[in-house]
Design a protein around this ligand. Structure first.
Ligand code: ATP
Ligand code: MG
Length: 267
């Protein structure tokens, strides 16, 4: 068994607002293995972004365990967390978050400013831009690029430090559906050809359908977790639930109905 890149045990994050408590992530236990392409789905407010921010060490858990590449990050200092984020994790957000005054190559090189000097920085950035199909757009500024191109620059930037895992929060959210599909194809290629581990939050069944595994959250908990080829994959993708909004237990009539529907749809 490989060491999981991400491992959580009973991970909890409580957001406090005055006296109010929101258990945004409420006891999540998952392992993500090297080379996996995981989609995280769930209704708005189900805790997807909070979970991704925990996995990316942008937020500290309230309780539970989180290990990255087999090393617990729970007791880590702020500086240690910053180093883990810089060296092990690539982030892609819905808003591309590029620096408007920098061109594509400079944007890709940006994370290198915060780490040790790398003589091959510019060459690596140029190569990554070519890899995401922007070899001919190296000197364009964000305002001179389309939305899909900007997001591809953001993906190249996420890869510049050769992260163990890329975390993407609705990366296609601001793109039209065909541009979004192209972007996901590209992420899939990076995953297949370069072995980049990807965890992507999405509302889009088209995006999730490209994943090798789907984790569905509800109220901060894992409602379903299925790998492609497993019986529950189609149901997890479709979010088939019973009348109470609860997950239909495997083996129940509703669950079997969900499977039939999924199969009929060819999923
Ligand atoms: N900083 C915060 N303070 C208080 N509550 C928060 C905070 N961030 C998120 N929440 C609450 O935690 C829950 C989970 O939020 P989260 O952003 O993780 O959901 P999500 O699944 O990403 O939703 P969406 O699909 O709308 O992006 C929600 O009920 C939200 O209101
Ligand atoms: Mg969100």
């Amino acid at each position: 068994m490989p060491t999981p890149i991400l491992a959580t045990r009973d991970l909890v994050r409580i957001h406090r607002r005055g006296d109010d408590e929101v258990r945004a992530v409420d006891g999540v236990t998952i392992d993500v293995d090297p080379g996996e392409f995981v989609a995280v789905m769930g209704r708005s407010g189900s805790g997807k972004t909070t979970l991704l921010d925990l996995l990316g060490c942008l937020l500290r858990p309230t309780s539970g365990e989180l290990a990255i590449d087999g090393r617990s990050v729970i007791g880590a200092s702020d500086d240690e967390l910053a180093a883990i984020r810089r060296e092990r994790i690539g982030f892609v957000f819905q808003e591309f978050n590029l620096i408007p005054t920098l061109n594509a190559v400079e944007n890709v090189m940006l994370p290198l400013r915060y780490g040790p000097r790398r003589a091959d920085g510019r060459a690596a950035a140029t190569e990554l831009l070519a890899l995401v199909g922007l070899g001919h757009r190296q000197r364009h500024r964000p305002s001179e690029l389309s939305g899909g191109e900007q997001q591809r620059v953001a993906i190249a930037r996420a890869l510049i430090n050769r992260p163990a895992v890329v975390l993407a929060d609705e990366p296609t959210g601001e793109l039209d559906s065909s541009t979004g599909a192209e972007l996901i194809d590209m992420l899939r290629r990076l995953n297949a050809e370069r072995g980049v581990t990807v965890v992507v939050v999405t509302h889009d069944a088209g995006v999730a359908g490209a994943a090798g595994r789907i984790i569905r959250l509800s109220d901060g908990r894992v409602l379903a977790d299925a790998r492609r080829g497993e019986r529950d994959f189609g149901r997890t993708l479709g979010g088939t639930t019973n009348g109470n909004g609860r997950w239909a237990e495997p083996g129940s009539v509703l669950a079997r109905l969900g499977d039939l529907v999924a199969r009929a749809r060819g999923r």
